[in-house]
Design a protein around this ligand. Structure first.
Ligand code: GLN
Length: 185
């Protein structure tokens, strides 16, 4: 199984150890040819406004949307912002592949970033967004303080936190996503 990570900006390389620990091949996605060879794609955390510009520069926007219609995609933090139907604070374009509204930097600046234990595993919220609304086809998998932090719709998965920074590999979410990529859930 091959799982790609969009490799234009952000927390890319940290996924390699998690993916290899579960027996998947890690592919850095920088162009259309990589999308053709992977079974699932991670849109990593980083800076969504910068990632949007870089996706435009490499001309991958249409291909990313098409990929999300047929194969599993997991958006983490900035990646979640790219996948949302609408984005606020500030308003910015997005790929509208999952029916959620999301507010950027909703918990404050870098100094307000936190680590939390979710399902017994340390994860990081780094200038994290808040999911404000989920559509009827979207399932909330986990809440924290009444905010959805992990949601799914079919093959599409969103977490507002980063699990990949924890070096206990593979993280529960990498395992869960890999099952989707195998066609398992
Ligand atoms: N604050 C960033 C944004 O708006 C997301 C931060 C992250 O991905 N950790 O894009």
């Amino acid at each position: 199984m091959k799982i790609g990570v969009l490799a234009l900006q952000g927390a890319i390389k940290l996924h390699q150890a998690h993916l290899e620990a579960l027996g998947a091949k890690y592919i850095e996605v920088t162009g259309e040819k990589h999308l053709k060879e992977i079974d699932g794609l991670i849109l990593p955390g980083g800076e969504s406004s910068v990632m949007l510009k870089l996706v435009d520069i490499v001309g991958l926007g249409t291909e990313l949307k098409a990929f999300a219609k047929s194969k599993p995609v997991w958006g983490i933090c900035a990646g979640a912002i790219l996948m949302a139907r609408s984005v606020s604070c500030p308003i910015q374009p997005s790929y509208n592949v999952i029916d959620i509204s999301i507010q950027r930097n909703a918990y404050g600046r870098q100094l307000e970033s936190t680590e939390q234990i979710i399902d017994g595993y340390y994860v990081s919220f780094i200038r994290a967004p808040r999911i404000l609304m989920v559509g009827k086809n979207v399932s909330v998998m986990k809440n924290l303080n009444n905010d959805p932090i992990w949601v799914e719709s079919g093959n599409l998965m969103v977490t507002t936190f980063h699990p990949e920074i924890n070096n206990a590999t593979p993280s529960p979410w990498h395992i869960h996503f890999a099952k989707k990529c195998k066609g398992g859930s």
